[in-house]
Design a protein around this ligand. Structure first.
Ligand code: ADP
Ligand code: 5SP
Length: 548
């Protein structure tokens, strides 16, 4: 079928054999994916199982079930197990040479949780190579429908957790984020409160990432620091569970979670199940699995000072941070490739859809006219600044359009080309200001890695380069979590040698340079950025209204 053609096109030859490799897995919301990466860091095999299409019996839409309350969102844990069976059987049928796999690692959608029933560990350590995993693990889960990151049913538990540790900022300072509904601690608290029976019959709680690693290990894999940072439970500075958070969520939680480990840890050798059934070498190493966003950071080979900007439906920023400043917005996670450092994630809801609206209103529905407007206006837009949030923004919480003249006076409209530049400059200044709010600093070696639909537009990328005063590279991230996982597996193979991740991946294909800062850009934006920040504060103060 389609998949085989795809594998041939990407250069895979099942008869070549003898190509030593690492596997990278991704257990994401809609599918399980795998890539094989050889010692020269070329991807030579990829495959995926799509839950809605390939595992119809689970009846998911977009990989999940949305419950009647509209807030609870779950995925059947056995669906994930069966997806792994399916993909491994297919690789075997295609003649994939598992004997060459030196190590593997993987990623999981963040925050989702898996509840192993008392006694499950016995089953996991005694898997029979004659049967598929999903046949053997059927009775192993005390909660069959795992809450996933799209779940937003735990507002009450969030407020309880924040109250228990002295407020939202206190929780963020401790764990890297204020309480979020999807974060695992709050999900566990809800399960304990609503289903204490099932909770007490749970011997182990995994994240989707550590659950997937456990399947390969044939025993419980620890949670890694980076994905563990998405739980509202881990003290991101000390890398230990917060006793205050644990006890606010549920009793005996520490023993059910196990101790967290550095993300680059080798957690063990592959289970004999895979050796006997698929022909993996007995020494094949399993490197701790992590979250899909941390794995993408590894796949994009982000380094200190770098920033990744995804310009999709919404805009997302990944940052490499040395000294994080946890805040009420954004998320700080332990860094997946350097345990001394951190990463941050910021989400901006008004991304491409907002750009499309302004394109339609002010650039005759054409990206080419939109680009012309950017080229015909000057850096700094002669002091005109704008905020465009047709839907309630997350970063910051502002709604509406707000335009200001060079004299800081509110104006109700701009000429078309000024409007276009005000939108794009405003979007990128907001990104820089909020990134700096979390501790990010542009450095001389800073690179910006751009991805997503709008990264095809060179004129938009020019503004990005100018506002940050750093070169912009474009990168295809369709598989970045998988590829990052395979890179992390190679890094794990070098464990104990102190080889930095950047050395391990230095042969990987380089991203392409798309824009460099124009001369004079830094002077222009050094003056304008504080102006934009001040106006943002002014709008926030006005729209929040007087305190209740
Ligand atoms: N030349 C272009 N200039 C600016 N934006 C573009 C251009 N081409 C596509 N886009 C934007 O890319 C968006 C889709 O981005 P994509 O990364 O595929 O989204 P997602 O992955 O979030 O679904 C579209 O909404 C469109 O506005
Ligand atoms: O919740 C978050 C991050 O905080 C999501 O980014 C999930 O990690 C998404 O997983 P996929 O959509 O990539 O499967």
């Amino acid at each position: 079928g389609e998949d085989v053609t795809h594998q041939k096109a990407s250069g895979w030859d099942p008869w070549r054999g003898g190509r030593r490799c690492c596997l990278g897995w991704d257990f994401s919301t809609q599918q399980v994916k795998v890539v094989a990466v050889d010692a020269e860091l070329n991807v030579f095999y990829e495959d995926s199982v799509h839950f809605d299409r390939d595992l119809l019996e689970f009846g998911t839409q977009g990989g999940v079930h949305v419950h009647e309350d509209g807030l609870t969102v779950t995925s059947p844990v056995l669906m994930w197990v069966q997806a792994l069976d399916t993909i491994l059987e297919r690789m075997k049928a295609l003649g994939f040479d598992f004997s060459q796999v030196l190590a593997l690692s993987g990623a999981g959608q963040q925050h989702g949780s898996v509840y192993w029933k008392t006694g499950a560990s016995q089953v996991l350590t005694n898997l029979s190579p004659d049967l598929l995993l999903h046949k053997q693990l059927q009775a192993c889960f005390s909660i069959k429908d795992s809450p996933v990151w799209m779940d937003s049913s735990t507002t009450a538990q969030c407020r309880q957790l924040e109250a228990a540790v002295g407020g939202a900022q206190a929780l963020s300072s401790l764990t890297g984020s204020r309480a979020y509904e999807r974060f695992t601690g709050n999900q566990i608290a809800k399960i304990y409160q609503q289903n204490p029976e099932a909770y007490s019959h749970t011997e182990r709680i995994s994240l989707v990432s550590s659950f997937a690693a456990s399947l390969f290990l044939g025993s419980y894999s620890p949670i890694d620091y980076s994905d563990g940072s998405g739980m509202n439970l881990l003290q991101i500075q000390d890398k230990v569970w917060s006793q205050a958070c644990l006890s606010a969520c549920a009793p005996h939680l520490e023993e059910k979670l196990g101790s967290p480990v550095p993300s680059c840890s080798v957690v063990g050798a592959i289970s004999s199940y895979y050796v006997q059934r698929y022909g993996f070498p007995p020494g094949c190493k399993v490197v701790a699995f992590t979250g899909d966003n941390p794995a993408s950071l590894a796949g994009m080979r982000l380094e200190e000072g770098d920033i990744a900007v995804s310009l999709g439906t919404s805009d997302t920023l990944f940052l490499w941070l040395q000294e994080p400043i946890p805040a009420l917005e954004g998320h700080i996670f332990c860094n997946p490739v350097d345990p001394q450092h951190y990463m941050a994630l910021l989400c901006f809801k008004n991304g491409s859809l907002m750009r499309e609206k302004i394109r339609d209103e002010s650039a005759s529905c054409s990206w080419s006219d939109f680009s012309k407007a950017l080229r015909s206006t000057e850096m700094g837009n002669s002091g005109n600044l704008g905020f465009y949030f047709d839907i309630m923004e997350i970063t910051p919480e502002i709604i509406g359009r707000h335009r200001f003249s060079a004299e800081n006076l509110k104006v109700s409209a701009f000429p078309g080309d000024v409007e276009v530049r005000a939108l794009i400059e405003g979007q990128f200044m907001a990104k820089r200001i909020h990134a700096e709010g979390l501790g990010y600093r542009v450095m001389p070696k800073t690179k910006i890695l751009a991805t997503g639909g709008a990264s095809h537009n060179k004129d938009i990328l020019q503004v990005l380069a100018d506002v940050f005063g750093a070169p912009v590279y474009v990168i295809d991230t369709a598989n970045s979590a998988c590829v990052g996982s395979a890179y992390r597996a190679f890094h794990g193979l070098a464990a104990g040698t102190d080889l930095p991740f950047s050395e391990v991946v230095k042969l990987a294909p380089n991203p392409q340079l798309a824009a460099t800062p124009s001369s004079g850009a830094s002077q222009v934006y050094e003056a304008l950025l504080p102006q934009y920040a001040k106006l943002e504060q002014r709008i926030l103060a006005q729209t929040r209204g007087p305190p209740e």
